[in-house]
Write a protein that binds this ligand. Structure first.
Ligand SMILES: O=C[C@H](O)[C@H](O)COP(=O)(O)O
Ligand SMILES: C=C(OP(=O)(O)O)C(=O)O
Length: 386
């Protein structure tokens, strides 16, 4: 083999430019120029170890597989139901998340002829500047950054939600964390702050689930349509294997990607915004379809406005707009939000990141979307299967 960095390579590589100097002792001190801003390096468990501790049961695997397939059918126009990704802005407590999941499962079953319900189980929060970055990064919400525990707690929660028969969706923000949990995820999002990132597009190209790309924080939809084009192509990039080893990953590309309209400088959930996004997608040779996030800039971050926005979206669906294939809602057990204050107890069932609607407010929203689909839906091919 002709390795270009080998001195035997006949002067073709890097080594040919390096004088045959006496090897430097291994203790040569480079600390003045290397890792000068790293305060500490702590061990990280491996994905393989976590999967061995917390394996996916046969039932969990079957649900992940069948729900990904159901979502893919919707995204390819083979199932006329509406995807609804609904749940807390962020997870911060196992028991409260399970209480929510049980309540949601009952609604998901009841409305399954019209809606494919996926619980929003978000562990990683992208921040505008700084703030709590989620259950994996800081599971004790106290700045102790017990990431190994966070990974274990996240995986345990995903398994418990799946055991109820409810599929889950999450945002993929960190580039290593997917190896620990993505086998249990049926739908993934790339957030508004990372849709333009090449690394996240590459990651999406290798994920096993459908992926939604948010429009940019300024409202630009082109970054999301570009992201779909990038993610459906194969890529090669550096990552970490299940055994925790650095490796080169080569992906096949992901054909199950779509845009999520989340608003920007102004909301973009209206019929004219859907037309504009679909015309952009058509121009890029992509399927004309959108998921609409009724929260974030579409609700001007006022949680109750999600109800009005969802009603507007439902009216578009009822009018027969089958290009709206999904809706995203931020909802928790109780409405509103609260700050994490060190040393002070948190109110149960209330979001610690963006304000959410309460579960009692969520049920009529789900019913409205299901009713709209019942009126405007045509040619439903699959009735109520995940
Ligand atoms: O969905 C959550 C937030 O909108 C997002 O993480 C940004 O939050 P921040 O602006 O409060 O940092
Ligand atoms: C961070 C989120 O959204 P966005 O990327 O649209 O801000 C989110 O859905 O939690």
């Amino acid at each position: 083999m002709n390795r270009t960095f080998s001195p035997e390579a006949g002067g073709a590589g890097i080594a040919s430019h390096v004088p045959h100097a006496t090897p430097q002792p291994g203790t040569h001190d480079t600390t003045r120029i290397d890792d000068t801003r790293i305060k500490a390096v702590r061990p990280l468990i491996t994905p393989a170890l976590l999967q061995e501790w917390l394996p996916a049961s046969d039932d969990a695997q079957a649900l992940v597989e069948s729900s990904r397939a159901a979502l893919s059918r919707v995204l390819h126009g083979e199932d006329d139901r509406l995807i609804v990704v609904v749940g807390p802005c962020s997870i911060h407590d196992h028991g409260q998340a399970m209480e929510y999941a049980k309540a949601l499962k009952a609604q998901a079953d009841r409305l399954s002829a019209e809606l494919v319900v996926v619980m929003r189980v978000y562990f990683e929060k992208p921040r505008t500047t700084v703030g709590w970055k989620g259950y994996i990064n800081d599971p004790h919400l106290d700045g102790s950054f017990a990431i190994n525990e966070g990974l274990e707690m996240a995986r345990k929660l995903l398994l418990d939600v799946l055991a109820l028969g409810l599929p889950v969706g999450t945002e993929f923000l960190d580039l290593l964390s997917p190896q620990f949990i993505s086998d249990l995820v049926s739908w993934g999002a790339i957030g508004a702050r990372t849709t333009e990132s090449q690394s996240h597009r590459q990651l999406a190209s290798g994920l096993s689930c459908p992926v939604g790309f948010k429009n940019g924080t300024d409202g630009g939809v082109k970054v999301a349509s570009d992201a779909i084009l990038a993610a459906q192509a194969p890529h090669a990039f550096m990552g970490m294997t299940k055994m925790g080893q650095a490796a080169i990953f080569e992906t096949r590309g992901n054909r199950d990607c779509h845009v999520i309209l989340r608003g920007g400088r102004q909301p973009n959930y209206g019929a004219a915004d859907v037309d504009a996004a679909c015309s952009l997608l058509r121009g890029a040779g992509l399927r004309e379809q959108v998921m609409i996030d009724v929260s974030h800039a579409n609700s001007s971050k006022q949680h109750r406005r999600q109800i009005e926005v969802a009603a507007d979206v439902a009216a578009q669906v009822a009018a027969g707009d089958s290009r709206i294939t999904g809706v995203m809602i931020e909802s928790h057990l109780r409405e509103g939000r609260q700050d994490i204050v060190p040393g002070q107890p948190l109110e149960a069932g209330v979001s610690v990141t963006d304000a959410c609607i309460g579960f009692d407010q969520t049920v009529p929203v789900l019913e409205g979307l299901a009713a709209a689909k019942g009126v405007g839906g045509i040619g439903r091919s699959i009735s109520s299967e995940y």
